[in-house]
Design a protein around this ligand. Structure first.
Ligand SMILES: CC(C)(COP(=O)(O)OP(=O)(O)OC[C@H]1O[C@@H](n2cnc3c(N)ncnc32)[C@H](O)[C@@H]1OP(=O)(O)O)[C@@H](O)C(=O)NCCC(=O)NCCS
Length: 218
């Protein structure tokens, strides 16, 4: 399959948001557990497309964008921007997306609160951000474009960019259900930084899940 890896441009934004939603449940559409595409895309792609577009890459095939790698050089900064500027806007997009009218969303939000109480989101943030300050999110959709080397090509291009910016290390977070992704990440040299049970999807999965944080020195 012929494809091209290039820098993200503003005209790719809608397509990136679509891919984000199409892959939002570990490679399947997010509607498995959540309704409201605008709010979902704001949560999972807005920082990277609007606040740090220079660190984003896309994969193009058959004349359209079919994959992305959304990058970030400094995760601590991304968290500050998210908390100060994006989180307050999320309530508006949640209202516009009708998020609070869906029982499905309340079921999920209840489980997120429960996971939080159980300490499932207590990653070793400070250590990870200090040693592996960059991070990435990568997804490809529709599914027929997976397994043709685009994921690997996006990552190699991103690593080049990170080295140019003298980044000491990069991390990512995935789950035990993202099997192709795990194969790719271990193959590229990532190693486990933490593994924790993740129970907020237990109503839509038939297997116990683990959240897996991985890192790689550059
Ligand atoms: C994860 C993802 C981005 C990887 O991109 P990709 O283009 O499919 O992956 P690649 O084709 O570059 O494959 C990379 C490696 O994975 C393996 N792989 C990929 N597709 C495979 C398939 N269909 N069967 C078996 N192995 C496969 C290969 O071993 C390959 O390694 P190699 O170069 O040594 O052969 C993509 O599959 C995807 O979007 N998956 C669903 C969403 C997801 O899980 N995203 C990650 C969120 S953390």
């Amino acid at each position: 399959m012929e494809y091209k890896i290039r820098k993200y441009e503003a005209r790719d934004r809608a397509r990136v948001r679509w891919i984000c939603c199409e892959t939002g449940f570990m490679g399947d559409p997010m509607e498995v557990y959540f309704e409201g595409r605008e709010a979902f895309a704001d949560m999972w792609s807005l920082y990277w497309t609007d606040y740090e577009p220079e660190s984003a890459l896309v994969a193009e095939a058959d004349g359209q964008v079919v994959g992305y790698l959304l990058g970030c050089l400094d995760t601590a900064k991304q968290e500050r921007v998210f908390n100060k500027e994006i989180r307050p806007k999320l309530f508006g997009s949640a209202m516009r997306s009708g998020v609070f009218f869906h029982l499905k969303n309340w079921r999920y939000l209840y489980r997120v609160a429960r996971s939080s109480r159980r300490g499932e989101f207590n990653e070793p943030r400070d250590r990870v951000h200090a040693e592996y300050p960059a991070h990435l999110h990568t997804n490809i959709a529709p599914a027929e474009y997976r397994g043709h080397g685009m994921g690997k090509a996006l990552m190699l291009e991103y690593f080049k960019y990170l080295r140019e910016h003298e980044s000491p290390g990069v991390h990512l977070v995935t789950t035990s259900r993202n099997r192709l992704a795990l194969k790719l990440y271990y193959g590229m040299g990532f190693q486990d930084l933490f593994r924790d049970p993740l129970t907020c999807y237990d109503h839509v999965t038939d297997e116990p899940l683990e959240k897996i944080g991985m890192g790689m020195k550059l």
